[in-house]
Ligand binder design. Structure first.
Ligand code: ADP
Length: 150
């Protein structure tokens, strides 16, 4: 059976840290669906359609990766894609606290779902989407943190 994992996130923006998780995840899974979760009532900083294109371009060489946007429960999305795994990255204990609760809830919602965590590569551990948004907002250069030009 094909092993499909969903890599869900806000990806506002998608960073080199996220790219690293996907590329390493490809050694574990046959197919990875990067799901840009959005909430129609919540404002994003980077436009979702541009982010979709940027992420697709990042993996243009990798047919096992697909990129979609979604506005529903991640557990439901996984069912729809027949995915039994969620892929997430862990940078530090703050990530762990949050990821721990969310993975318990996801399993409660969909008992077939296993969350698999990859510890961030040291080169990317400092990369944080919310800091990138702040730097970009005030005109700072964020190119080195992103796998595409913004
Ligand atoms: P969310 O809003 O769902 O937390 P994010 O886009 O912030 O979405 O992150 C998606 C996933 O990627 C999370 O599991 C997060 O811990 C992980 N992540 C974020 N930044 C990095 C990084 N620099 N290295 C590895 N994993 C990361």
């Amino acid at each position: 059976m094909e092993r499909t994992a969903i890599f869900p996130g806000s990806f506002d923006p998608f960073t080199k840290g996220h790219e690293d998780i996907v590329r390493r995840g490809l050694q574990l899974f046959d197919r990875i669906v990067v799901g840009i979760g959005y909430n129609s009532r919540k404002q994003r900083y980077f436009h979702i359609d541009n982010m979709l294109t940027n992420i697709r371009n990042t993996f243009v060489d990798e047919p096992r990766v697909s990129v979609i946007t979604y506005d529903e429960l991640t557990a439901t999305l996984a069912k729809n894609y027949n995915a039994h795994y969620l892929l997430r990255g862990l940078r530090n204990t703050t990530d762990f606290e949050y990821e721990n609760s969310i993975s318990q809830i996801n399993r409660h919602l969909n008992s077939q779902l296993e969350t698999v965590f990859l510890i961030t590569s040291p080169n990317y551990a400092h990369i944080n989407s919310s800091i990138i948004r702040e730097v970009h907002k005030y005109g700072g250069d964020v190119d080195e943190f992103l796998p595409y030009k913004i």
